[in-house]
Design a protein around this ligand. Structure first.
Ligand code: FES
Ligand code: FES
Length: 168
């Protein structure tokens, strides 16, 4: 079976799985990182979103071979020892209901705030477009993104604590 090597949450990993196995299966079933969720399996809901070289990427149909040599960050590795600013805002706004969609939502929000510390409403909508929440937490998600942006705006710099440990 082919061996696939990539960086996962800052650590090198190697897995012996078929080329076409979706990265989501590798993360959840082979590497036991179950924070990333399976929702639709057809790239339509966003539950399976991780960062691939820092970009939010859906993994339910992404062959593991496409991750070879790249940086994969999951919700488990988004922050260092503490929580990411987005995670803190999510808690403050009490966003999750069942929680199923939330790791994907958080990964996309964190990537947005890395690109744009003061995102416009249109940027927020674009970043979170296609993330489906069957519990209807959309309004709280928008409030949490704004709260995280406020927190980051007064931060002196992107630090591990404020911005996550992911990729500087
Ligand atoms: S599980 Fe991947 S987009 Fe829905
Ligand atoms: S919190 Fe339940 S699906 Fe979003």
């Amino acid at each position: 079976m082919p061996r696939h090597r990539f960086e996962l949450n800052g650590q090198p990993v190697s897995v012996d799985v078929p080329d076409e196995m979706p990265l989501l299966w590798v993360l959840r079933d082979v590497l036991q990182l179950t924070g990333t969720k399976y929702g639709c399996g057809i790239m339509q809901c966003g539950a399976c979103t991780v960062h691939l070289d820092g970009e939010p990427t859906r993994t339910c149909r992404l062959p593991v071979a496409e991750a070879a040599g790249r940086r994969v960050t999951t919700i488990e590795g988004l922050a260092g020892d503490s929580l990411h600013a987005v995670q803190r805002a999510w808690i403050a706004e009490q966003v999750p209901q069942c929680g199923y969609c939330q790791s994907g939502q958080i990964m996309s929000a964190a990537a947005l705030l890395r690109r744009a510390r003061r995102p416009s409403g249109a940027q927020v909508e674009a970043a979170l477009a296609g993330h489906i929440c069957r519990c209807g937490t959309y309004a709280r998600i928008r409030r949490a993104v704004a709260r995280a942006a406020d927190a980051l705006a007064v931060a002196p710099a992107w630090t591990d604590e404020d911005a996550g440990a992911e990729d500087g």
